[in-house]
Design a protein around this ligand. Structure first.
Ligand SMILES: Cc1cc2nc3c(=O)[nH]c(=O)nc-3n(C[C@H](O)[C@H](O)[C@H](O)COP(=O)(O)OP(=O)(O)OC[C@H]3O[C@@H](n4cnc5c(N)ncnc54)[C@H](O)[C@@H]3O)c2cc1C
Length: 378
């Protein structure tokens, strides 16, 4: 019998993790990526214990730890630098942050799949219950026994499964950068202002990632003011080392933050969704990529047990949907509170942070961190 062919649309974190998780199970795996090469540039990404446990199951944990920085302490601060809370994460896996470029490299290194860069999927059509045709922007087409949509928040594949249109912009934008410092910060932090926040995360050996949010319009342009002068105006008076990190960063990325309402029905026939294509979330919990890793692993586990069948797809959804939904909802709520600009609510929030014992905050995060997909009975 000939090998069944699976197409993964999108060579991001979800697509690559899925391919790795399904390796040597007898499928002929093809990954189609619309950009000209695999491997993201991007900025920093936090990888939390629930995702690190998957990396462990895939034999990649040490490589991730070797290329990342650990959150030894986590501070919540006010824009003036007052510490509102401090926690020291503990557990079987650490909380780490890694450059996206390095995470992609680790996932790609030794992957057993056929990689097709520069192949943007334009549309899908079902030939019958069991075969799907992919049509690419370059006018080529190919037929597969299964298609995994891992093409991110603006997923083309999702539109043939759920068809819910555009993502929902949540009213704030985010700048991000990675910068080498000549001073050691030694912690991860999130700083709260009025309608603005800044996060600092340790990437590795004096390299730090930062992100900054601000309430503003969808895709609002920084020109003609310019990104750095604008960041200086918005955050220049915030506590050390925020202004220094921003001004010393060479490449600054900007996104409008969006998600979608959690929606069941992640598969249709032989097509199934994973990662942001299935459950895009705002990044306030730092869990979008983590649950993309988790879900990709769970889907592969279900396919290993039930084959490339509807039973595998529905079992994956039963197991992963409640987690993804919880992340999307909790993250949206944290973002709303974090972006408060009301002069009464802002100080109230800061008092709330100060009065909440870190054990309670860690318990809230523990709900997401402590899940072990590798131990799941599928
Ligand atoms: C500002 C910000 C900060 C974040 N921080 C964190 C964090 O700290 N921790 C965390 O866990 N998550 C974080 N996230 C979320 C995380 O980035 C996403 O959840 C994660 O990248 C999802 O991975 P994915 O593979 O599903 O999608 P993507 O990373 O979007 O990858 C999709 C891939 O598909 C390709 N593609 C798209 N369309 C097509 C097509 N038609 N044909 C072929 N290929 C296509 C794209 O080029 C891309 O390579 C953050 C997100 C943002 C916006």
């Amino acid at each position: 019998m000939s090998q069944k062919k699976i197409a993964i649309v999108g060579g991001g974190i979800a697509g690559l993790t899925f391919a790795r998780s399904l390796a040597s199970s007898g499928y002929d795996i093809h990954i189609f990526e619309k950009t000209e090469s695999f491997g993201e540039a991007g900025a920093a990404i936090s990888v939390f214990p629930n995702a690190l446990s998957v990396m462990d199951a895939l034999g990649l944990l040490q490589k991730v730890l070797d290329s990342s920085g650990q959150f030894q302490k986590v501070f919540l601060k006010s824009d003036k630098g007052t510490v509102l809370s401090k926690s020291v994460p503990r557990g079987d896996y650490p909380l780490v942050c890694i450059h996206r470029r390095d995470l992609h490299k680790i996932l790609l290194d030794g992957i057993s799949a056929n990689l097709h860069a520069g192949y943007a999927v334009k549309s899908l059509s079902s030939l019958d219950d069991k075969r799907i045709q992919l049509d690419f922007e370059n006018k080529e087409s190919a037929v597969f026994d299964g298609v995994v949509g891992a093409d991110g928040i603006h997923s083309v594949v999702r539109q043939s499964v759920i068809a819910d249109g555009k993502p929902i912009f949540r009213g704030y934008n985010c700048w991000r950068g990675v910068v080498e410092t000549d001073f050691d910060i030694g912690y991860a932090s999130e700083t709260y202002g009025s309608g603005k926040r800044v996060g600092i995360v340790p990437v590795k050996d004096g390299v730090y990632g930062w992100w900054a949010t601000c309430n503003e319009g969808f895709m609002e342009d920084d020109q003609p003011e310019g990104t750095k002068p604008k960041l200086k105006r918005l955050y220049g008076h915030w506590h050390h080392p925020i202004p220094e990190l921003m001004q010393n960063t060479d490449t600054i990325l900007k996104n409008s933050l969006a998600d979608r309402k959690p929606h069941k029905g992640w598969s249709k026939g032989a097509v199934v969704l994973i990662g942001d294509a299935a459950h895009p979330t705002t990044p306030n919990l730092g869990q979008g990529g983590c649950i993309a890793i988790e879900g990709a692993f769970v889907l592969a586990k279900c396919i290993r047990k039930y084959g490339l069948t509807n039973r595998a797809f529905s079992r994956y959804e039963v197991l992963h949907y409640p987690r993804a939904r919880a992340v999307v909802k909790q993250s949206l709520l944290l973002g709303k509170i974090g972006q408060w600009a009301n002069p009464i609510l802002v100080p109230l929030r800061n008092v709330m942070f100060r009065l909440t014992p870190s054990s309670i905050a860690m318990r809230m995060f523990g709900r997401f961190f402590n899940f072990r997909a590798s131990e799941l009975e599928v």
